[in-house]
Design a protein around this ligand. Sequence first.
Ligand code: MN
Ligand code: MN
Length: 472
Amino acid sequence: MDKNEYKAWKEKLLSTKKNGYDKLDPAELPAMEAYCADYKAFLDASKTERLCAAESIRLAEAAGYRPYTRDMVLREGDKVYVSNRGKAVMLAHIGWKSLAAGAQIAAAHIDSPRLDLKPNPLYEEGEMAYFKTHYYGGIRKYQWVTIPLVLHGVAVLRDGTRVTVNIGADPGDPKLVITDLLPHLAQEQSKKPLGEAIPGETLNLLLGSQPLGGEEESGRVKLAVMKLLYDKYGLTEDDFTSAELEAVPAVNACDIGLDRSLIGAYGHDDRVCAYAALRALLDLRETPERTAVCMLADKEEIGSDGVTGMQSAAFDTFMEDLCAAQDVPLRVCLESSFCLSADVTAAYDPDYSEVFEKRNAAQVNYGVGLCKYTGSRGKSGSSDADAETVGYVRGLFDAEGVIWQITELGKVDVGGGGTVAMYMANRNIATLDAGVPVLSMHSPFETVAKLDCWETYKGMRAVYQARKGIRG
Ligand code: MN
Ligand code: MN
């Protein structure tokens, strides 16, 4: 074989991985930058699932989406949404083909790891007042101390009034913090494994230190804090019982790196995919061939259970309502539907290369990462997409010039994770995972690459606009 022949065979037979910047058309760079600027603003407005649902609805209404009601007659081109209890959102752009031809679905989650207040959170110790917390989702506890935090959520008062609580998010607001030991006295703590050094019961939010009343009284700081909460929200201590208050990082999204090629923020998992799924839907210029559906789910980080999680019948109800409007049985629609389960994956981190298998690890700037399976050990807890489904997405993405990579989350037996994919697949919907590679996933400040955000958006667009369904 001569040199040229060898080269030709090599190009024909062997795969080559390329950095996304070597593939991306430079003419797309301004659009990518504008998209990422909008995404950062979305993140800052969306630090909890409730705020994210509200912001998503605001953007949807601005794009012509209307709240769905059962008396509506739905026609092709109609744009509707349903808010599931203000914590999850389902949107649809009705296609010109019947729902019997299936829907093109993108599903992402809008909840992120955080610290929830316990139902009985308030106490005073050492003449300082604190809130006790119970973490939500998989966190590394040591990352949540000594960073400014804000508190968002709702409380239902004794008389049934629902109040929205926001402590720390408005300009000039004070922040909250969880303190940590000084190194001078941390000799014993420093010897402990990372996972044990900060026990869950020490994740207590510092609320204040200035007492109220005379020095003969006790619990004066606690009362002072409660008085501030009462003056602002009408809250009494018993009202924490019926409240959902979530402590999240105060820091806003910003560019990372001298070249500004990355974005640092709290909650990329999974708002980076949620925004891509939402924005691609809202940006659809023409009525899609098949009905395009965007699912923004809650509760993924704790297993997708619950009335607002992906396992909730709320999604089936939404789809059944859309189908009923066309006299299509739900099962007929679902068996021809396709779902891109849009969730983040772990990006290869050279500082921790030992947990990755480089040939199958997602790399920053290599585009949206397709995951045939997630799960742990022997693919446990994964829906493991079939070759045909992966082939379908590969075809869609290649046809639309989407930069993508095939990935796996870490080395075999090192750990693992899950997404909403299996709950979609269990509904008889062909489903594949795809999403943005993330550095420091689940930390209070995660990092992603702008190029990967942009390619994920293009991937969602390709799914919604597909001229070919999963069944041809
Ligand atoms: Mn996720
Ligand atoms: Mn997660």
